[in-house]
Write a protein that binds this ligand. Sequence first.
Ligand code: KG4
Ligand code: ZN
Length: 337
Amino acid sequence: MLSLGIETSCDETAVALYCTNHGLLGHRVHSQTTVHNAYGGVVPELAARDHIQKLCPLLDVLLDATGVSKQALHGIAYTAGPGLLGALLVGAAFGRSLAYGLGIPAVAVHHMEGHLLAPMLEPEPPAFPFVALLVSGGHTLLVDVRGVGHYHILGDTLDDAAGEAFDKTAKLLGLDYPGGAALARLAVEGNPRRFRFPRPMLDRPGLDFSFSGLKTHALITLQNTGADPQTCRDIARAFEDAVVETLAEKCRRALRQTGRHRLVVAGGVSANHALRQTLQTLGAEEHAAVYFPRPEFCTDNAAMIAYAGGQRMLAGTAESLAIHADARWRLDQLTPP
Ligand code: KG4
Ligand code: ZN
């Protein structure tokens, strides 16, 4: 079963070909960061327009590179949400129409299910069940996963997502959008003992998160000390340490609460080196195996969408001719294929 994945939920245009027998045949990502940089964040209208311009040529490049013809496809998986509605509609209309033209099924894929299943593209994928920590620009979720479509939300963020907190703090430090990875590079040279930021929500039971206070803490620290280069590095370090420790502690609680022995970590922030190291150590302490996607599949890509859609196609899922796009689609609304 050969599926084409299409991802346009935010500021990456991406396409991928996944074969349920032979694995990933190829993928391409076009990032729009240069389009949005000047505005300090994603401009939804510009995102949608850029997807329109880039999607067709990007697919041609992928088909050329892999030697696959459109007629060889068995189905098309497109991201239907959550995300920016205009951006989602570009991929959804394109994917649904191409599937109609080719006479093959189309499957609407949940973006976070894509992230959650991204580690399945690795040589040693996790078996079900597992606990998943999903940390992206828009979401911070702890999920108990019993199989594809069996998702029980254990914890959610009450305000900013982890990636959003990274990006907002990075902006305060003068870094370009999206600044998560750049902040992490600053943090490497930061002094971990100069500032100590709070660990939000660790002093109370439960698995929810709250990260917006950390950005405020960074702002107040900056106002008190000034923004010389070493102070920026030290703040980056204090911020990253606080986020990583908070995420790790909630993962520990989730593993203990569910009795699971596998932890999957995915979404853009799972590319963070400090987080990966800390969670590996936690896994050893908690006798749990820890799984991450390779860094290029942590951030938005279509390989994860082609994979997730492929699993649903294998089970016979095929949707109506409607074009599905739901900016606020919840992960726990999904059902097994
Ligand atoms: O999953 P993703 O590509 O898009 C969403 O679905 O939101 O995640 C993007 C987020 C951004 O907030 C970005 O700053 C963050 O992931 N990110 C990182 C790193 N790489 C990407 N945050 C911290 N450290 C990184 N190395
Ligand atoms: Zn994402």
